[in-house]
Each structure stands twice: as structure tokens, then as C-alpha cells.
Design a protein around this ligand. Structure first.
Ligand code: ZN
Ligand code: ZN
Length: 256
């Protein structure tokens, strides 16, 4: 399994992109760095996009992807939970802000939206995909994606603390998890459903206790303005846990 981190941050500039992942060039998770990172041919190779939640920094490219697929006379499958469908249909693809590509063209819509049920494994594009609820400010699922040859990654998406139930259901060889802010923003993290480096440490402790191991960890969704502090704090966490934790970055390539 080849994983590309197309975007790894919670702010966007010419140097930083919102979080989006690409697995084996065909399966994308979250969609706010897809059109800006991928050529038209690379976009047309996509078999499916998994969306974790409705926040703008995770769904921003859906209208652009819809237009690109429409004009390529192609269809992209987008999977997520029902609240994300409702948000897209009511606010982004509502025929006011932009056309509803889920119904256009009528004979072969450019976007085919599939509602996923949390906690149920589905086969998507040849992968086993398990959507698992996490602890964010709006309904959000993380995705465990397992390839036919048994490689497995779990991406939590945006989440606050309290992932014990989630950990019970996954057994990834790589964990991609958020660390949005450094420790001095703990109150913000609790209020908004995010993790500081210290809260992340507690979740990793919990994972190891429940599962008996800790996979390599890649962090995403960092605030670029605080990244130096996050990096220093996370180095201490990695040392104390005696485990590998890397900060994700735009263009990062991971082979599992
Ligand atoms: Zn969010
Ligand atoms: Zn976010």
C-alpha cells in the first residue's frame, strides 16, 4: 500500500494544504487538497473519495471535482455518513452555490454519493473500508482501509480525546491521527474536538494498553503557525513512549 499525504495542515497557503490522503493513486480520503495536488489524469484515476466529516477544510474540493468529472464525462464515487450528504446537498451542491453534480447530468451524474454506515465493513474499490465514529464537534468518522494483501492504515480525521471505543475496533499497521495544537491550547482542543500533543499522548497510551502494541504514527492537521512547538512537544512524547511519531507534510510518501 502506497500512501501520499497531499495535505497535512489546518490552514492553507502556497506552502500548506488542508488534510487529504491518497492511497495507491485510486482511493482518496478527504477532499481539500485533491484538485490543487493532482493533475487531471491523476484525478480521473480516482475510484472513490471517502469523506470523514462536513467541515470545509475536508470537503472543499467536492464541487471542483464534480465539475472536473462532469466535463471528463466520468463519474466519481463519494462515500460518507448521512450528515455529510445532507451538508453537501443543502449548502455546496445546492444548485445555488454550484450545480448539484449528484444529479447532473441526469443520465450519468458526475458524483455518485454512497452513504456509509459506521462500524460496518464495506468493500470500496477493492479495499475493505471500516468507518468508525470519533470525537469531533460534528458527526465524524475515521476510516480503516485494508488492502487485498492485508496492509492496513487507520486515519482518525479530526478528533478530540476519548478514542477507547474506536481503538477496540481497529488494528492498523499505521496510524494517521491529528495533533492540531500544542499543549497550551488544551481548553481550545477540548471545546472544538481536537488533540494537543499531551492529549494525543493519552490516546496513544490507551491504544497500547488496549491493543498490546503501538503502530508507527503520522500526525496531520497541525496548525502551521504552531508547528515548531508541536514538533518539539511531540519529540518528547515519542521518546517517552519509545515509539515512532512523524509529522506529516505535503508530498510525504509512505510505503506499507
Ligand atoms: Zn473538523
Ligand atoms: Zn479539519
Amino acid at each position: 500500500m502506497h500512501i501520499q499525504v497531499l495535505g497535512a495542515h489546518n490552514l492553507e497557503s502556497q506552502d500548506f494544504r488542508y488534510v487529504s490522503l491518497l492511497i495507491d493513486d485510486v482511493l482518496a480520503i478527504d477532499a481539500s487538497a485533491l484538485t490543487s495536488s493532482l493533475s487531471f489524469p491523476a484525478q480521473q484515476k480516482l475510484k472513490a473519495i471517502l469523506l470523514t466529516h462536513q467541515h470545509y477544510d475536508h470537503v472543499r474540493d467536492v464541487p471542483a471535482i464534480g465539475m472536473n468529472f462532469l466535463l471528463h464525462e466520468n463519474t466519481i464515487e463519494i462515500y460518507s455518513i448521512r450528515p455529510v450528504y445532507e451538508a453537501l446537498a443543502n449548502h455546496l451542491l445546492n444548485d445555488e452555490l454550484y450545480p448539484n453534480f449528484m444529479a447532473r447530468p441526469p443520465e450519468k451524474p458526475a458524483i455518485r454519493f454512497r452513504v456509509v454506515e459506521p462500524n460496518r465493513t464495506e468493500t470500496i474499490g477493492g479495499y475493505s473500508v471500516l468507518a468508525i465514529p470519533v470525537k469531533h464537534s460534528v458527526p465524524t468518522v475515521g476510516y480503516q482501509v485494508t488492502s487485498a494483501d492485508g496492509k492496513s492504515v487507520f486515519y482518525t480525521s479530526d478528533t478530540g480525546p476519548g478514542l477507547a471505543d474506536c481503538w477496540q475496533q481497529v488494528s492498523p499497521q499505521l496510524l494517521i491521527i491529528e495533533a492540531t495544537v500544542p499543549n497550551r491550547y488544551e481548553e481550545f482542543a477540548h471545546n472544538s474536538g481536537h488533540l494537543t500533543t499531551g492529549l494525543l499522548r493519552q490516546e496513544l497510551d490507551c491504544f497500547r494498553e488496549l491493543k498490546g502494541y503501538l503502530p508507527p504514527v503520522v500526525l496531520v492537521h497541525m496548525n502551521p503557525l504552531e508547528e515548531k512547538t508541536i514538533e518539539a512537544e511531540i519529540a518528547a512524547v515519542a521518546r517517552s513512549l519509545n515509539t515512532e511519531i512523524q509529522l506529516g507534510y505535503e508530498g510525504m510518501q509512505i510505503n506499507l
